[in-house]
Design a protein around this ligand. Structure first.
Ligand code: MTE
Length: 319
């Protein structure tokens, strides 16, 4: 997600060399020492999942989802120590430590725009709107790495239904928190803050699109988007906005942050598509964190059930 403009640079140069070398070690499964150092931890602490995140409460009454993949789940320590969360840091090993004391309560979400009535809802009310489900999804980052995560949440459609969007609402925009006192990355103008994402309303209503508040059976760690994020498994990871404070219904296509900063590189749709290269690298393959060999990337990240949302559209133009 770094906005360096030189054409045809190898992916090894997209990320600063120090991080790239770290990542290579990490991907080979041998970066424990580097990670522990980056997070300011002793090696023994690193082996405990609680070391880099606050003790996370168990979520009760989770049901299994039929949408889950049976693929191997990525270890918790990898998913919670290798994050894209630019409000904290552009260093993927940074958010785990920097988000440790991030305040996720009290927290409200404003639901407004083309709705009959603006609502300001407490997050603890929202999470009770439906039965929590464990949804084990593939998650593909635009940078070429992927993970398999047991998210906990329910269909985003539950929120949309409660908002009762007006007939002319065609899109939904998600705005994430802007809290400069808590988020050191906001001092860096990598993006035009706050982080904004958007979906077409029918995409948001698709049962796979998830309103997420947990992972691995527990409350979401701060670095993974607590207290509330979306997860859109057929799209590149950047569509899955973290720490949402506003959901706005609109008749115009929202201008999402990455599209605003580099329109040639990051589109509005951002469906996972091995046939459409990023201008600076191929999207044909991906590396699962912890694995050495790359695997082919699948159209819609393997979630073929969303294909009908895009019938008749040129997905090369609407990337
Ligand atoms: N949401 C916010 N608010 N800020 C971010 O920087 N990064 C995005 C997305 N959501 C991001 C965000 C990107 S690029 C990815 S790949 C995923 O979060 C990463 O989610 P993860 O750290 O839980 O794997």
């Amino acid at each position: 997600m770094l906005i360096k403009k030189e054409p045809d640079i190898p992916s090894s140069q997209i990320t600063p060399k120090r991080l790239y070398l770290n990542r290579r070690k990490f991907l080979a499964g041998t970066a424990v020492t580097g990670l522990a150092a980056a997070a300011g931890m002793r090696l023994s602490e690193f082996n405990s999942p609680e070391a880099s995140v606050q003790a996370n409460a168990k979520i009760e009454g989770i049901q299994k989802s039929s949408f889950s993949t049976t693929e191997k789940i990525t270890p918790y320590k990898d998913v919670t120590n290798y994050n894209n969360y630019y409000e904290f840091s552009t260093d993927k090993y940074g958010p785990a430590g920097l988000a440790k004391d991030f305040k996720t309560r009290p927290w409200t979400v404003t639901i407004d725009g083309l709705v009959p009535k603006k609502q300001v809802v407490d997050v603890d009310t929202i999470v009770k709107w439906a039965t929590p489900e464990e949804r084990i999804y593939r998650h593909r980052c635009v940078e070429g790495w992927s993970i398999v995560v047991p998210w906990v949440g329910f269909s985003l459609s539950e929120l949309v239904k409660r908002a009762e969007p007006l007939g002319k609402a065609k899109f939904v925009e998600f705005t994430t928190i802007y809290s400069p006192n808590q988020m050191p990355g906001l001092k860096v103008p990598v993006l035009d803050w706050p982080y904004v994402e958007g979906l077409r309303l029918d995409e948001a209503m698709h049962p796979l699109a998830t309103l997420c508040f947990g992972m691995y059976g527990e409350v979401l760690p701060n670095q993974d988007g607590a207290p509330l994020r979306i997860v859109v498994p057929w799209k590149y990871g950047f569509k899955s906005a973290k720490a949402i404070v506003r959901v706005r219904f609109t008749d115009r296509q929202p201008l999402n942050s990455w599209n605003k900063s580099a329109p040639d590189e990051y589109g509005f749709y951002s469906n996972v598509n091995p046939n459409v290269d990023h201008p600076r690298w191929s999207q044909a393959k991906e590396r699962r964190l912890g694995e050495f060999l790359k695997r082919p990337t699948l159209m819609f990240n393997g979630y073929d059930q969303v294909a009908s949302l895009y019938s008749g559209m040129d997905l090369k133009k609407n990337f």
